[in-house]
Ligand binder design. Structure first.
Ligand code: PBG
Length: 337
């Protein structure tokens, strides 16, 4: 870089940090309400709002309750939601067959949201873990999570969700070739404009722990081990191969997950591929911040906003965050800028 020979005292880098207006003028990144996606848990029933123990202030909403929540959030700028169903254990089976019922919880919820709030974006996981009795993302054959058999189910799951009105399908199971399978089946069935946001680099991470309590998949096999399909946290080049293959198979956008511990992957992915990249600030990241704030060790508001700007600085276009309702409310109160 040309100006890297700047020397003291002709250059004093503190000059541009001396006042608020200068810090604002020289800010290299900006976080706006448009960068947020709200991941939300849904459950059967009416007028229900059940708190998730390991995620304080995060709830599983019945569809009607979620609609009233959205009523408030859409008015203050919510752009998109990602739906995660909590399914009763009695309705789960080996193959996750409920995933293919066009009248399941997720499909009913998509329709209800589209009816009331046609302008907001709906993102749905394409994966079987909420529906399988063993809690894995795929079906089990010969004691293994079977790649190709799982894909044939995912293709159908994708279609019924697209048919219900889902805007963006997010394959989250890390099977090889699932983006291609889903894209082809969408094209063949007339869903040309349904997008695919692939969880391209999803790591076998302990930061997903609280999520598994939320959708109650953790009680089934303990501890559940997804290392034969999710990535090794030690790997970074492999993540670029995953992203590159997903793009060539037809992914419109990609997700890196978890978020903060994997900022290097976000940055590398953005620099190499220049495509829309999304960070997922996962359940465990949420719970860590909440726990530290509750103990008085960290200031909640400051940590949330700092973590969000860091995602943007690293190169993500947007962020899945459980803090979304809180952030929208706070941003609404704050004077612009
Ligand atoms: C399921 C799925 C998981 C998350 C999103 N989709 C968990 C997992 O793979 O075990 C994690 C989200 C979070 O921790 O917030 N395929």
């Amino acid at each position: 870089m040309k100006n890297m020979n700047r020397t003291f005292p002709s250059t004093r880098l503190r000059r541009t940090r001396m006042s608020n207006f200068l810090r604002k003028l020289t800010s290299e990144t900006l976080f706006t309400k448009n960068d947020l996606i709200w991941p939300v848990f849904i459950t059967e029933g009416k007028n229900k709002r059940d708190e998730i123990k390991s995620m304080p202030l995060i709830y599983r909403y019945s569809i009607d309750k979620l609609i009233s929540e959205l009523d408030v959030l859409v008015k203050i700028g919510l752009q998109a939601v990602a739906l995660f169903p909590h399914i009763e254990n009695s309705k789960k089976d080996q193959d996750g067959s409920l995933a293919l019922d066009p009248d399941n919880l997720v499909c009913r919820c998509i329709k209800e949201i589209k009816k009331k709030f046609p302008e907001i974006g709906i993102i749905c996981d394409v994966a079987l873990d909420p529906y399988t009795s063993h809690g894995h993302d795929g079906i089990i054959y010969n004691d293994q999570v079977s790649n190709d058999q799982t894909i044939s189910i995912l293709k159908k799951q994708a279609l019924i969700q697209a048919d219900a009105g889902c805007d963006i399908l997010a394959p989250s199971d890390m099977m090889d070739g699932r983006v291609l399978g889903i894209r082809n089946s969408l094209e063949k069935n007339g869903f040309k404009n349904t997008l695919i946001m692939s969880y391209s680099a999803k790591y076998a991470s302990c930061f997903f722990g609280p999520f598994r309590e939320a959708i109650q998949s953790e009680k089934l096999i303990k501890p559940i081990n997804k290392k034969s399909y999710q990535m090794n946290p030690a790997n970074s080049n492999e993540a670029m191969h995953e992203v590159s293959m997903d793009i060539s198979e037809g992914a419109d956008m990609v997700i890196i997950k978890p978020g903060l511990p994997y900022l290097d992957i976000i940055s590398k992915c953005k620099n190499e591929f220049k495509i829309p990249v999304f960070a997922y600030q996962v359940s465990g990241e949420y719970s860590m911040i909440m726990a530290a704030a509750k103990m008085g060790f960290l200031n909640l508001d400051d940590v949330i906003f700092e973590s969000l700007i860091c995602f943007k600085r690293a190169g993500s276009d947007g962020v899945f965050s459980y803090f979304t309702p809180y952030v929208l409310e706070e941003m609404n109160k704050k004077v612009p800028g």
